[in-house]
Design a protein around this ligand. Structure first.
Ligand SMILES: Nc1ncnc2c1ncn2[C@@H]1O[C@H](COP(=O)(O)OP(=O)(O)OP(=O)(O)O)[C@@H](O)[C@H]1O
Length: 599
């Protein structure tokens, strides 16, 4: 990216190659502590302290340790009581988490370079009605308790149980009614007032629980307020932006925004609000009208957005609202660098909202330092599966999967969604179903945009009974009435599993999810799955029940791994963290090689 701040960009890039570095001072102290403990326990000489090649403390006889260090060692040996295994484990976990959290933030490069930190949230003119404001915090908490809403953050905004009390324009209330959205869902009860007041927010709630409306409606209100104050003209805008990890999800969110905007112009004396969809594979000329009159809202995928910003098709000078949907998935899918770069296009403070059904602590840490007085609104454990989904896990041998898949289609009436990890499998299943006379469509990254849109639309319109897809379709897509999700294979990450099965059991309806498992899936993911099933009070099949359980080793695994959210392990054993470290190490080694430097 060339944004006039190359140095900063380089700094930023370095941040992304970040290897959790433990400062020398800390390593030394840890080493000293280890040394002191060993001395007390074994009473051995200190010749055998050092095992690591890169230790800072010099290995060898005591004579080679400085007097100062010897004094510190002696003090530590006398002062620090020996820690239990549990204490050490907790300490180690904390250290890993802190190392991960450092240098990861959702701030623009300039802001971070200038040390700029916003202290107060963005101001909107929206306020809860006085009769809600007059209630006590105890009353508000009673509402939260009733709907199992957990919040964190200073000056909490009150929850509101009825759309009618949210000061929404009449046409919006009518629109919601027409869509059979009568009462706010728990995430909306708390999330809508938070977003409408302009507060930064992390919103976590089950798949299918109405998160999209929680951020889309405030954006429409924000854009409306801005337009009423000072109408946009050509080349201006956007006022706010939603970033989604996939094209399909972006389109769905875009359609929702447009529906609300049309409801406003159709049903009342409200100005026109224009939105722009920025995704790969569509022709921007088709949206020339929005460009010409000024754009209020943008819905985009990160890559395409970067492209358009680079080409100066529009700018974010007046953009004051940013929402990242499926924020954790976006970072996991490798868009972190893009997101950072996008941040550098903002010229002033914005309201930032992050939403997902799965939000491991690493992503919360990534964001929290950049959010201003944020409120975290949480309905259910982050990463927990939707309890309206009946989860069935079956052991199916690799070569029996295709035939058994056909049999599985009989479990429920259509529509059925089948997930497979790779494109070839999707194509094979698609072909097999067509041969068997099943009305099927398929989507994956190798299909053209037209093919993808045709598949989604014909499935949504009930013209096709089965959609076979890679994970593209798992994130946030809202297909009404899906009866059954079949996982032809288990995804590599438990969050993807939660998102996949969350395509059914939406807005309070029950659905079934069947997952094929065999020896091809890793032990780690099987353990995470076992814990997830247990948490959701689902049947655990014998081959998972028989697996050795690490919770026996550690006592309780409440909350699971704080890095990836998997329930079957702790951060110390996290395979994803390990993989990330390896990647970082590789990229550092290659950049070091490129620069002709040594390690
Ligand atoms: N308060 C409500 N009452 C009834 N239905 C609702 C309500 N809010 C949203 N819906 C409907 O529920 C469905 C799921 O909502 P949505 O797509 O926002 O879920 P989500 O939480 O974003 O799920 P995911 O995590 O999969 O993205 C949509 O069809 C939406 O129209």
């Amino acid at each position: 990216m060339n944004n006039g701040n190359n140095n900063n960009s380089n700094l930023d890039a370095e941040d992304d190659d970040y290897i959790p570095y433990i400062p020398i001072k800390q390593r030394r102290l840890e080493k000293l502590h280890k040394y002191a403990t060993q001395r007390r326990v074994t009473e051995q000489s200190d010749n055998n302290i050092d095992e690591d090649e890169d230790d800072i403390i010099v290995a060898g006889p005591k004579a080679s340790v400085s007097l100062l260090d010897q004094t510190v060692q002696q003090k530590l040996a006398n002062a620090i009581p020996e820690k239990t295994e549990e204490e050490k484990r907790i300490e180690e976990e904390k250290r890993i988490e802190e190392a991960q959290a450092r240098h990861k933030a959702l701030v623009s490069v300039q802001e971070s370079a200038m040390g700029l930190k916003y202290m107060d949230p963005i101001k909107t003119s929206w306020k809860p009605p006085h009769y809600i404001r007059n209630l006590t915090e105890v009353d508000h908490q009673a509402v939260r308790d009733k709907y199992h809403i957990l919040i964190e953050g200073e000056d909490p905004v009150p929850p509101i149980r009825h759309f009618q009390d949210m000061k929404l324009p009449e046409p919006i209330l009518k629109y919601l009614k027409e869509k059979n959205i009568e009462k706010p869902s728990p995430i909306q009860i708390q999330g809508l007032p938070v977003a409408l007041t302009g507060r930064d927010m992390i919103g976590i709630a089950f798949t299918g629980s109405g998160k999209t409306l929680t951020f889309s409606l405030p954006l429409v209100m924000f854009a409306l307020e801005a337009e009423v104050r000072l109408p946009l003209s050509q080349g201006e805008g956007p006022i706010g932006m939603i970033i989604c990890p996939s094209r399909e999800l972006a389109r769905q969110t875009f359609d929702g925004l447009n529906d609300m905007a049309h409801a406003l112009t159709k049903g009342g004396d409200y100005p026109e609000l224009r939105s722009l969809l920025c995704i790969g594979g569509i022709n921007m000329r088709d949206q020339q009208d929005a460009f010409q009159k000024g754009i209020h809202m943008v819905v985009a995928t990160p890559g395409r957005l970067m492209d358009l910003l680079n080409k100066k098709k529009f700018n974010l000078d007046n953009c004051k609202f940013l929402c990242m949907d499926e924020a954790d998935r976006m970072i996991d899918m490798g868009f972190e660098e893009d997101v950072r770069n996008i941040m550098s296009y903002f010229k002033s403070q914005r309201q930032t909202l992050l939403f997902s059904a799965t939000m491991p602590k690493k992503i919360q840490d990534f964001a929290l330092s950049a959010l201003v007085k944020p409120m975290v609104v949480n309905v259910g454990r982050a990463g927990a599966a939707n309890l309206d989904v009946i989860q069935e896990v079956e052991y199916v041998k690799q070569d029996a999967k295709m035939v058994y898949l056909l049999e599985c289609l009989q479990k429920t009436p259509p529509p059925v969604l089948v997930f497979a990890e790779n494109k070839n499998d999707v194509d094979d299943i698609h072909e097999y179903f067509l041969l068997k006379g099943v009305e099927t469509v398929a989507i994956h990254g190798g299909k053209t945009q037209e093919e993808r849109e045709y598949a989604i639309q014909s499935f949504k319109d009930y013209k096709k009974d089965v959609l076979v897809a890679t994970d593209v379709a798992s994130k946030g897509l809202d297909f009404p009435e899906i009866k059954h999700v079949i996982n032809f294979d288990m995804p590599k990450e438990i969050e993807d599993y939660v998102h996949r099965i969350g395509r059914t059991g939406r807005s309070g309806k029950t659905g079934v999810a069947t997952t094929f498992i065999n020896q091809h899936c890793s032990e780690q993911i099987r353990l995470d799955l076992k814990h997830l099933l247990r948490e959701a009070k689902q049947r655990i099949p014998p081959f998972l029940a028989a697996m050795e359980d690490p919770s026996e080793k550690y006592g309780s695994l409440t909350g699971g791994c704080s890095f990836c959210g998997g329930l079957g392990h702790r951060i110390n054993d996290c395979p994803k963290l390990e993989q990330q470290r390896k990647q970082q190490m590789n990229s550092m080694m290659s950049s070091s090689r490129d620069a002709g430097g040594g390690f």
